[in-house]
Design a binder for this molecule. Structure first.
Ligand code: G1P
Length: 289
């Protein structure tokens, strides 16, 4: 079985849930405390043992790639000023992973975005990680858990968690048969079913390990929910050809593509921050007293 060596981050979306800031700033560059959301994603991928990363980019998104590039004049300034901690942090961002990018010329949906990774991925299993879903962990990163499930079963793994029945219309929903603790064999998938019609409340939350057979399927997948080419529809077809499992990963997930979810992440990551956490907690306590 091949190892999972590559990850794909679709980042060409227009961020319409987060206007007006996303008119000019890519949603992936919005900071949670002091790091852009995409840096949390890349740190999770790297912590999961994957070092080759493809960012599917769109127009006006150069700042994402710039963030992971070297800034020699900044490094020189920090070095000259003896600001070694800041220097280390800045250098680490550049050395973290091998980052590649490709343009998705048209926003035709997540399935179409993943298809743009075909040449990069080749004939290997690969991870897909969605930037809207940040997963906090104090143990094993969600993606590493998924890679281990892939290594155990040798089939595509869809990362899921339970959501409330009135939330199913926001997600891809998986139905399956339990085969082990936290693992279901996938029987069917449906993208954003209407409330009351979903086969389960197991929602896809932005983490996938997929076998390369998906590419040929996506080439022939038509428009689905919202008039877009959906990854969920491609996976539904793949599940009729190969076995597939859903894995209920451990970790607290934040929908940072949503304004309320973003605020929740900001507060909770702020409270966890080693340097700022204690003062921020005090501030919140006085504010709410
Ligand atoms: C996408 C996927 C959906 C998944 C969701 C997770 O939807 O299409 O299946 O449940 O991400 O965040 P989007 O949120 O991009 O509309």
């Amino acid at each position: 079985m091949s190892k999972v060596r590559k990850a794909v981050i679709p980042a060409a979306g227009l961020g319409t849930r987060f206007l007006p800031i996303t008119k000019s700033v890519p949603k992936e560059m919005l900071p949670i405390v002091d790091k852009p959301t995409i840096q949390y994603i890349i740190e999770e991928i790297v912590a999961s043992g994957i070092e080759e990363i493809l960012i599917i980019n769109g127009r006006n998104k150069e700042s994402i790639i710039n963030h992971f590039d070297k800034v020699p004049e900044l490094e020189a300034l920090l070095r000259a000023g003896g600001k070694n901690d800041a220097l280390k942090e800045v250098e680490a961002i550049t050395n973290m992973a091998k980052i590649f990018s490709v343009r998705q010329n048209e926003a035709k949906g997540l399935g179409h975005a993943v298809l743009c990774a075909k040449e990069f991925v080749g004939n290997e299993p690969f991870a897909v990680v969605l930037g809207d879903d940040i997963v906090y962990h104090d143990g094993k990163p969600a993606l590493q858990q998924m890679v281990e499930v892939y290594e155990a079963y040798g089939v595509s793994v869809i990362g899921v968690q339970q959501v409330a029945p009135d939330q199913v219309n926001k997600y891809g929903i998986v139905s399956g048969t339990k085969v082990a603790e936290r693992v279901h064999q996938v029987n069917d998938l449906v993208e954003k079913p209407a409330i009351g019609t979903a086969p389960s409340t197991m929602a896809i939350l932005g983490r996938y390990v997929i076998t390369p057979g998906i590419f040929e399927i996506l080439e022939h997948t038509g428009k689905g929910a919202g008039g877009e080419i959906q990854l969920t529809d491609g996976l539904k077809t793949l599940a009729t050809i190969e076995k597939m499992v859903a894995y209920d990963f451990i970790g607290k997930r934040y929908d940072v593509g949503d304004k309320l979810g973003f605020l929740e992440a900001t507060v909770e990551f702020g409270l966890r921050d080693q340097k700022l956490g204690a003062d921020f907690r005090k501030y919140l306590e006085t504010l709410l007293a």
